[in-house]
Design a protein around this ligand. Structure first.
Ligand SMILES: *[C@@H]1O[C@H](CO)[C@@H](O)[C@H](O)[C@H]1NC(C)=O
Ligand SMILES: *[C@@H]1O[C@H](CO)[C@@H](O)[C@H](O)[C@H]1NC(C)=O
Ligand SMILES: *[C@@H]1O[C@H](CO)[C@@H](O)[C@H](O)[C@H]1NC(C)=O
Ligand SMILES: *[C@@H]1O[C@H](CO)[C@@H](O)[C@H](O)[C@H]1NC(C)=O
Ligand SMILES: *[C@@H]1O[C@H](CO)[C@@H](O)[C@H](O)[C@H]1NC(C)=O
Ligand SMILES: *[C@@H]1O[C@H](CO)[C@@H](O)[C@H](O)[C@H]1NC(C)=O
Ligand SMILES: *[C@@H]1O[C@H](CO)[C@@H](O)[C@H](O)[C@H]1NC(C)=O
Length: 832
């Protein structure tokens, strides 16, 4: 009998629905499991919405010591300031409701708002695994865990449980944990829920991508080829599955003839590492539609993965730029037609409703923003191939609309890519995550040097929609909000409009507050007010630039142009950059800059013969320049630069930029014999797929560096292969006497987790991320900071010590944003 102890960390956070699968290794099927229904509960502890990535999941317990269920711990939420353990019973189905009725929540809520309801708790129970009867020496079983509403789960040896387990008011957390055993056989299984198939219109695929979900039960497998009967397709590249990994096999549609069937049968040829080849047969259900269909699933490749989006066709012919519609958090456009049906189908315009990669995505930032633009271009491509006379261009501007998180996303996309947006309808939008649920109950804040906090917070700057509203002063806007919205309070929209008007009192922005209305209501989108705004925007000529406007940019590679002006490079990354353009009465262009190293002007729009930058005139500009690029020489003087010379924009600025990759990720585990390193790679691959539909291939041991696709390197700092990879010293990180070093600091103490971005060796727009440690505990600390979620403050590089378990971000010993060309940036770095 094997007794295991489960420790579960839960964080009450609004709107979060986590679904974690964890696996252990083995080979036998007939074990049985018994999960105790009695749980020990410790909490609540104050925490802010994203702090769990820094603190130990078992905080305040030290899991290196035996569990003491009599012990009490300080907590600011409890009367008298301490909390102890209590117990809770799960239902027979495994449902567990956790609340802390003795806490005076309503009083905390009254002063601290929602941030008071954020709290952390630790749960503990026992899992017993019984081996198959009559069998000795079996390996431990592989467990499949399904966890709903929990944050982290760990399984400890029962030695840990040295003491026997003793025996509302909102917020209540409804948690469910189920555990099963998976028989481990060297085999692959289909995962039909991961399949990707588009609708067919008059027998033709509406898109160019198909996907087949495949899971390795045991062993390493390579998908070699794919074929279908009477339908032409190809495998876009070989796909390798690590043991227990699931991936979507990407197939490119090469259809030439009509395909009228309602099923499509595909055969995959898959080979094991030992050379055993098998054929896997897949049947995809084909939804055949006629050309007058309203709702159509279209498919395309984004970041190398087949994705689908919903397209809503116009009632008659289409005649120009489409509408891009961004759904709210948690809305799955594939399994649920609610969102598509809430959108106002147009007489002569397509509506594109992207998935955002997943129902949550990255709040329409990063890969979700790229996905939204890729869907628009993909629709253009599909329409052009079916109707060559189609006038739509790639990169067509759009009218943006969105609700809730999608309302926030429409502020985001419009203000970062103002030249691609001809009008915006943000509905029930929040400004930014820290305004939605404030970070006031931060534990880290009681320990961290505010100078470090400032550096960490630069990684939120690119998401702070309010800081970029200068870019929208002449975009037509119709902002809508229910006056009694109890999810996103209406003050968010009022405040956004107030900020806009501070930049320019003459903004073309209308705010409509619907008195007494909640977060969502029927016909919120389908009404005369919205339709007349849409009609006005589509019937207007392209707008002339105002006499004065300001372009604000945080990360150049994640931003587009405003009236042809593009900021290409910052003087000090980590700080905001601004260009203010003033067109004087005689047509002279006066530009003043803050923190801009390099910018360009699409000169078709502008007469550059008399441009003045930071009060100094630039002469002799050839009138036939298509794009004029300007580079700063010193504080106040500028020169006309060659478009390709000098420091180009680098694809960093914060750790999260690693989530932007044009091809599947490569996860390199340098030490193939270290099962913990491989386990972390599998967990990251799982999370990338689950939360962002980003695909990864895992490589063990030395390997050729991929041409494209971001690369994650997982290693111990003393690994000699690491020294090899860092040999060129493209960043300030180097190996000195077998230790990682940065300037005078040598990172050799136990428990360190280290993350830093690094240029991609082949692709100037790609990245590497080194996730390093000085021991196993350090690896887990670094792993929790892999940038899987929005709002976690990790800049370009970060070094964290074991003190973080108790002090959160107060345990950081170094953090920073790189300067240009991956240099050390004194202004935006801190090293203890
Ligand atoms: C946790 O417990 C171990 C073993 O007793 C001890 O070495 C370590 O210092 C403790 N950590 C903290 C943060 O107290
Ligand atoms: C708080 O302390 C007071 C005084 O010691 C005691 O009477 C009271 O029961 C305590 N409250 C709780 C909830 O433990
Ligand atoms: C393929 O097409 C041929 C000729 O049209 C037809 O006879 C055959 O039944 C088709 N096979 C399938 C599987 O649809
Ligand atoms: C695909 O395979 C299924 C199951 O074998 C079969 O019922 C179906 O007719 C096949 N479809 C085509 C188009 O051949
Ligand atoms: C505001 O924008 C709408 C839509 O483009 C346009 O019809 C209207 O004329 C604009 N109003 C002003 C005052 O510019
Ligand atoms: C640009 O401005 C200069 C100076 O005002 C003027 O001479 C020239 O004609 C203008 N060029 C165009 C194409 O308008
Ligand atoms: C960037 O730094 C590398 C060395 O790390 C150097 O070879 C390269 O020339 C630099 N590029 C620019 C544009 O300064």
């Amino acid at each position: 009998m094997l007794t295991l102890v489960l420790l579960l960390s839960v964080v009450a956070a609004m709107n979060i629905d986590l679904d974690i699968q964890t696996t252990l290794t083995t080979e036998k099927a007939s074990w049985t499991l018994e999960l105790s229904r009695t749980w020990d509960v410790l909490g609540p502890f104050p925490i802010h919405a994203r702090e769990q990535h820094f603190l130990s999941p078992s905080f305040p317990i030290n899991i290196s010591e035996p569990l003491d269920l009599e012990k009490t711990y300080p907590s600011a939420y409890a009367d008298n300031g301490t909390v102890g353990w209590s117990t809770a019973e799960a239902s027979a189905e495994g449902n567990l409701a956790i609340s802390f009725p003795d806490i005076r929540w309503s009083e905390l809520r009254a002063t601290e708002g929602w941030s008071a309801l954020q709290h952390h708790a630790v749960l503990h129970t026992t899992l017993t695994a019984y081996p198959p009867i009559g069998v000795t020496n079996t390996a431990p079983p592989r467990l499949i865990l399904q966890l709903i509403q929990g944050a982290y789960v760990t399984i400890l040896d029962s030695k840990f449980d040295s003491l026997e387990a003793p025996k509302t008011i909102p917020p209540t957390q409804d948690i469910k944990l189920t555990i099963d055993i998976e028989a481990v056989t060297p085999n692959v299984h289909l995962e039909p829920s991961q399949n990707v198939i588009c609708d067919f219109i008059d027998g033709h695929a509406f898109g160019d991508a198909l996907g087949v979900g495949l899971h390795s039960v045991g062993g390493w497998w390579t998908v070699l080829s794919a074929k279908a009967e009477n339908f032409s397709l190809e495998l876009t590249r070989k796909v390798v599955l690590a043991p227990s990994q699931s991936r979507i096999v990407p197939l490119r549609v090469l259809q030439t003839a009509e395909y009228p069937d309602s099923t499509l049968n595909i055969t995959l040829v898959v080979a094991s590492n030992e050379g055993r080849e098998i054929e896997v047969a897949v049947t995809l259900a084909v939804n055949q539609l006629t050309s007058d269909a309203a709702f159509i699933f279209a498919s395309h490749f984004a970041a190398g993965v087949p994705m689908i989006f919903t397209a809503i066709s116009p009632i008659s012919e289409s005649s120009g730029p489409p509408i891009l519609a961004l759904h709210g958090a948690g809305v799955d456009i594939v399994s649920n037609s609610f969102w598509a049906e809430a959108l106002p189908r147009q007489q002569d315009r397509w509506i594109v409703a992207p998935s955002g990669r997943t129902a949550w995505g990255l709040d329409w930032h990063g890969p979700s923003a790229l996905e939204a633009w890729a869907c628009v271009d993909s629709l253009v491509s599909i329409l052009r191939s079916s109707k060559p006379s189609m006038a739509l261009e790639y990169g067509t501007p759009v009218l943006l609309l969105g609700h809730s998180n999608g309302g926030q996303g429409s502020w985001y996309l419009a203000s970062r890519f103002p030249d691609r947006v001809i009008g915006v309808i943000p509905q029930a939008a929040y400004i930014k995550s820290q305004a939605y649920v404030p970070l006031t109950m931060s534990r880290s804040a009681h320990f961290i040097d505010p100078a470090v906090r400032a550096i960490l917070e630069t990684s939120l700057t690119p998401d702070d929609n309010d800081l970029f509203l200068s870019n929208l002063v002449d975009t037509p806007i119709l902002a809508l909000h229910g006056g009694a919205d109890d999810n996103v309070p209406v003050w968010h929209s009022r405040e956004t409009l107030s900020v806009l008007k501070t930049w320019d009192s003459g903004v073309n922005a209308t705010f409509r507050e619907d008195p007494g209305m909640p977060h969502w209501y029927p016909d919120i989108m389908i009404n005369d007010r919205v339709q007349s705004f849409i009609d006005q925007v589509f019937s207007s000529q392209s707008r002339a630039p105002p006499n004065t406007f300001t372009l604000t940019v945080a990360i150049p590679t994640e931003s587009g142009s405003l009236h042809g002006f593009t900021i290409e490079c910052l003087t000090t990354p980590g700080r905001l950059a601004r260009l203010t353009v003033h067109v004087s009465a005689n047509g002279q262009l006066q530009v003043s800059s803050t923190n801009v190293q390099r910018f360009s002007i699409a000169s078709g729009k502008w007469n550059l013969s008399t441009i003045v930058i930071d009060n100094s005139p630039l002469l002799h500009i050839a009138p036939d320049l298509v794009t004029a690029t300007f580079e700063r020489l010193n504080r106040k003087s500028w020169k006309l630069a060659d478009a390709i010379e000098g420091a180009g924009p680098q694809p960093s600025g914060r750790m999260q930029s690693f989530l932007t990759s044009k091809a599947p990720y490569h996860l390199l585990v340098l030490d193939g014999s270290n099962t913990q390193h491989l386990s972390l790679a599998l967990r990251i691959a799982h999370d990338l797929n689950t939360y962002h539909r980003l695909d990864s291939e895992i490589h063990v041991g030395p390997t050729d560096i991929a041409q494209e696709g971001n690369i994650l390197v997982i290693a111990h700092t003393s690994d000699p292969r690491l020294a090899e990879l860092l040999r060129d010293q493209r960043t300030p990180f180097k190996i000195e006497n077998k230790h990682l070093a940065l300037r005078e600091a040598v990172f050799d103490e136990p428990g360190l987790g280290i993350l830093f971005l690094h240029p991609h060796p082949q692709d100037p727009k790609g990245q590497m991320l080194f996730l390093l440690c000085t021991d196993d505990a350090g690896l887990e600390r670094a792993g929790k900071l892999f940038p899987i979620r929005t709002g976690v403050t990790v800049p370009d590089w970060l070094v964290i010590s074991s003190r973080a378990d108790q002090m959160g971000a107060g345990g950081i010993i170094g953090a920073g944003v790189y300067g240009n060309n991956w240099s050390y940036n004194d202004v935006a770095s801190w090293l203890y």
